[in-house]
Write a protein that binds this ligand. Structure first.
Ligand SMILES: CCCCCCN(CO)Cc1c[nH]c2c(N)ncnc12
Length: 228
């Protein structure tokens, strides 16, 4: 077993690298990948850089080049559901790409031929997250996450995404990571901590809460790794 732990930004994986302490760095395909053995478990850790393309590249690299057999994503997200406040944790049950659009040909939003609107996360790791949440005394919500190459800071766009995909939160990497993992038959788990409400104040809220919310997610992910 070799576990990939991925984020999109340095702040999302720095709490993990700090906890691990020592690791080997490898430069590959325009990025840096960190390998370590943590409590007997082989890890490969990286932040992909922001967006669906960079995150797809890193997910494929962690699997194909570094041999990861499971992939866990830790990061922050914008809330759509009013039940999600800053710092709250959401586990993705399934994810979509909200900016994938060939509706001009009568297809649904988020769909292209030979693809699917949703990609489903690994049920075993979702179950494990419930156990870990109990052990940590944390409440974790499960929900649908929509992914797109846009930082959403607009009530109208946010609500459209919520309505169109039944999404509870939105971000810029989970859906592409999921497609790559499914194509390569690798179970994946996407955890996000809320940093903002994807509204007109989103960028200010994001700047204020990125670090603390990223730590929340990272701490939970490391507890998951302890029990994988
Ligand atoms: C310097 C700018 C970094 C943006 C990266 C945001 N991440 C992307 O995964 C998560 C995220 C948090 N809030 C968001 C929002 N409102 N829209 C899209 N994505 C997000």
């Amino acid at each position: 077993m070799k576990i990939a732990i991925m984020g999109a930004m340095p702040e999302e994986i720095s709490p993990i690298l700090e906890k691990i302490g020592s690791y080997k760095s490898t430069s590959y395909a325009g990025n840096k990948y960190y390998e370590a053995t943590y409590q007997g478990v082989e890890l490969v850790i990286a932040y992909s850089k922001i967006g669906k393309v960079f995150s797809a590249l890193s997910a494929a690299t962690m699997i194909e080049h570094f041999g990861a057999t499971k992939l866990l994503f830790s990061g922050v997200a914008g809330a759509i559901s009013t039940n999600l406040k800053v710092g709250d944790l959401i586990v993705a049950t399934k994810l979509s790409q909200h900016d994938l659009d060939i509706t001009a040909f009568g297809h649904p939003y988020g769909y292209v031929p030979e693809g699917s609107v949703f990609v489903e996360a690994d049920k075993d790791m979702i179950e494990l997250s419930k156990k870990v949440a109990l052990e940590m005394g944390k409440s974790v919500q499960e929900g649908i996450i929509a992914t797109g190459d846009q930082f959403v800071a607009n009530e109208e766009r946010k609500n459209w995404i919520g309505t169109t995909f039944g999404a509870d939160a939105l971000e810029m990497e989970g859906g592409s990571v999921g497609v790559v993992c499914n194509a390569l038959n690798i179970p994946f788990f996407i955890l996000r901590s809320i940093s903002d409400a994807a509204d007109m104040d989103a960028s200010f809220s994001f700047d204020e809460f990125l670090e603390s919310s990223a730590k929340e997610s990272a701490e939970f992910i490391m507890k998951m790794v302890d029990e994988l």
